[in-house]
Design a binder for this molecule. Structure first.
Ligand code: ARG
Ligand code: ZN
Length: 474
């Protein structure tokens, strides 16, 4: 869904000081000193180097698994959490960061030993008692508590833990995951997840993947969710509400779990009914659906203004249209399974999901993709569609702007026109299957397209992705 709110550009970033923790006990300081003179090069960086979100993610380690245990009380809006991260150091580390915004950390251990930690803006700076060796697996346990709320994205959208009248709408693109769990909050780092979420009886907590079980005792219900395939933090959810739940298994063996706010149920029903056929149609185009679980979370969250392709189970702020369901489903291949490495490449998500809407219409009695393309191309040169090129949005405030969605889709249509339908479909499928459960960059997509079509496509991609203003006649 296109966001068109205009908002202040990037928030001032908190600069991190390189000072050594003043509170390190003497014995510990001696130990750290003994660890070697290279200490200055052994601190993990505060970000992974994303130009649009410099503090997103952290350097020096990768997370393999998150085990999140949460308890949420919608009445008081209080969240109690424990996050256990199993991670591997990619360099020697005397210190590293996690991303966490707000909330209060009540305990932190690294490999079961209490670790020094402090907060600096969205960075939770951890100094383990012993330095971590390069290649070493380690476990970080963080207990925390507080009343989570969303961050405001550069485009003005709320992002993260967004309280509703009966729970919380939880969606984290691009940066909101840090509002409800500490982690490595950049899409370059994908991990498996387990969620154990306790809510008052009568409420439902919906996360990603398969439901392992639910248990009610003493007026509270605990839901256990398991997401085995790698997932970027921004795609995690733990949405809470009073939901009507429907569960079934598709012909292809995909386990569907739909959670619907009863106030949205009538409007949502005819669209949700189509989920299996939409996933089947998309599988026909892009290759097998990447996950064993699927479904939808239809909330009533009037101040959110967007849906998100939360992995396996998109979350909608109200009953979705069929084209929105097609869009968020397409993201399961493009964005969730094949994940960007820099937010600048966002057209790989939104352009592809939007073009899937066009293809769906074309093949289901609606407008042809060519007609949709032509109608967009007819827009005057001063239209918002041409405000910036989709391959270079320029800032985090633009990543969900019209050019990313619509001109991104136009770029794919231009590719299809240039290489023909057969090669185009081979490219889409090879992209989804070749990078499944991994990552992809624009440069890789361009070279794949050239390889499979046998054509030099430099000019085409340059024109549609990178050239400012309205491109010349196609
Ligand atoms: N990826 C979502 C979609 O295409 C949009 C997320 C918008 N998020 C935001 N913070 N503006 O449906
Ligand atoms: Zn999208």
């Amino acid at each position: 869904m296109t966001q068109s709110r205009q908002q202040p550009a990037g928030r001032a970033q908190v600069l991190r000081r390189e000072a050594v923790v003043a509170t390190v006990p003497v014995a510990l300081a001696a130990l750290l000193a003994a660890a070697g003179p290279a200490a200055a090069g052994t601190t993990g960086t505060s970000g992974v180097g994303d130009p649009y979100f410099p503090l997103a993610g952290n350097g020096g380690y990768h997370v393999g698994h998150y085990d999140l245990t949460l308890r949420y009380d919608p009445g008081s809006r209080r969240l109690d959490g424990r996050a256990v991260l199993t991670a591997r150091a990619t360099q020697r580390l005397t210190r590293f960061d996690l991303d966490l915004q707000g909330l209060k950390v009540t305990g932190l251990t690294v490999d079961h030993a209490r670790a020094e930690h402090r907060r600096e803006g969205q960075e939770l700076v951890v100094t383990p008692r012993r330095a971590l060796r390069q290649g070493q697996w380690f476990r970080v346990t963080v207990t925390y508590t507080g009343k989570p709320g969303p961050v405001t994205d550069p485009d003005g959208s709320p992002d993260g833990w967004i309280p509703t009248d009966d729970g919380a709408f939880v969606a984290g693109e691009p940066q909101g995951a840090m509002t409800w769990f500490p982690g490595n909050n950049h899409p370059t780092d994908k991990a498996s997840y387990d969620f154990t979420i306790t809510v008052p009886e009568g409420h439902t907590a919906v996360a990603n993947g398969v439901l392992l079980g639910r248990r009610t005792a003493h007026g509270r219900t605990t839901f256990r969710w398991h997401q085995p395939e790698p997932m970027a933090a921004y795609l995690a959810t733990a949405t809470v509400g009073k939901f009507k739940v429907e569960q079934y298994t598709t012909r292809d063996g995909i386990r569907v779990y739909n959670a619907v706010d009863p106030r949205e149920a009538t409007a949502a029903a005819p669209v949700l009914k189509k989920l299996p056929s939409v996933l089947e149609w998309e599988s026909g185009l892009f290759g097998p659906y990447p996950y064993r679980a699927a479904g939808s979370i239809v909330d009533r969250a009037p101040n959110v203004g967007f849906a998100l392709e939360t992995q396996t189970r998109p979350v909608y702020d109200s009953a979705p249209s069929l084209s929105t369901l097609v869009h968020e489903s397409a993201h399961q291949w493009f964005g969730d399974s094949v994940t960007l490495t820099s937010w600048k490449d966002i057209w790989l998500n939104e352009g592809f999901a939007t073009y899937t809407e066009w293809l769906y219409a074309e093949q289901h009695g609606g407008d042809s993709a060519q007609k949709t393309f032509d109608a967009l191309y007819a827009r005057p040169a001063d239209d918002a569609l041409w405000k910036f090129p989709p391959g270079n949005p320029g800032s985090g405030a633009n990543i969900f702007g019209t050019p990313v969605y619509a001109r991104g889709a136009m770029a794919l249509h231009a590719l299809r026109t240039a290489v023909g339908d057969r090669a185009f479909h081979r490219i889409l499928r090879a992209w989804a299957t070749g990078h499944r459960d991994g990552h992809g960059t624009t440069a890789q997509f361009v070279s794949l397209s050239e390889r499979l079509s046998g054509k030099n496509l430099d000019r085409l991609f340059h024109k549609w992705l990178y050239t400012p203003g309205k491109p010349e006649k196609p």
